[in-house]
Design a protein around this ligand. Sequence first.
Ligand SMILES: Cc1cc2nc3c(=O)[nH]c(=O)nc-3n(C[C@H](O)[C@H](O)[C@H](O)COP(=O)(O)OP(=O)(O)OC[C@H]3O[C@@H](n4cnc5c(N)ncnc54)[C@H](O)[C@@H]3O)c2cc1C
Length: 264
Amino acid sequence: MLNILVCVKQVPDVNLVKIDPVTGSLIRAGVPSILNPLDANALEAAVRTRERYGGSVTCITMGPDMAAEALRECLAAGADKAVLLSDRAFANADTLATSYVIVSAARLLGDFDLIFCGKESLDGATGQMGAQLAERFGASLVSSMSLLRSIDFEKKTVIAERELERGIETCEARYPCLFTVEKTNYRPRIPNLRSWRASRFAEITRFTSATIPGLDPAQIGDPGSPTKVPRTYPPEVGEAGMMIDEGSVDRNVEKLLDLLGDVL
Ligand SMILES: Cc1cc2nc3c(=O)[nH]c(=O)nc-3n(C[C@H](O)[C@H](O)[C@H](O)COP(=O)(O)OP(=O)(O)OC[C@H]3O[C@@H](n4cnc5c(N)ncnc54)[C@H](O)[C@@H]3O)c2cc1C
């Protein structure tokens, strides 16, 4: 039986987030939060794997209390269990501190054969978490995984496809194995009303810094985060471009030379 973990993050809908021009920080107040879209693909990959081979899918997130809503979404879409890591002491965590807390808590839940993550988050978007988690779990890493082809239980290996810029790479990896998932082949399912209702009442396991034994306070939250973000700002918008469409290539080139002549 496969023991599968899916790491998910609740993110603000970045299309609606603005940046405070004075403080340079994101204005999150009043902005709806959503399940990180690529994490929905990761969950779908995990649930399909369980449907094919059997096992159990646990979703885990580190975030504020309201991140429980993202976990309920995962339960509705096929996860068996949900775990929320929430504590003021976890605030201001960078990827190093976040991966430390997630792996410390996951160890309390058992040994995971397969771990699925999104390729990156919509807000932080460092894309670092997958590699950091794999290192901490002592797992193989298959990044940009677009298809989990098969699992060999005797050899304890997986065959998976990776989506590269110029093609597809097939690779074999030992498990435990962590995948960062591409959206290509894993369109999230739409939960039916029954599973959506059940997810509203499902139990969510919660951990704080006090209930994860042996957690080192120096490695969590702000003290455990060497990355500092001094400023966030929107990119400067340059002058609008101009389309040249004079009806033929020759006339377009003529017009372009005219314009360049004006500039030079
Ligand atoms: C300096 C700094 C300060 C920060 N301060 C805060 C803060 O105060 N409050 C806050 O909410 N966030 C904060 N963050 C963001 C938070 O720490 C990030 O969630 C975390 O570091 C992951 O980084 P990312 O979003 O770039 O993930 P990526 O590496 O882009 O994410 C890849 C995948 O990792 C998994 N993943 C990412 N984050 C989580 C998570 N939290 N739980 C489970 N799985 C996850 C998902 O599968 C995701 O698709 C801060 C980040 C930095 C760099």
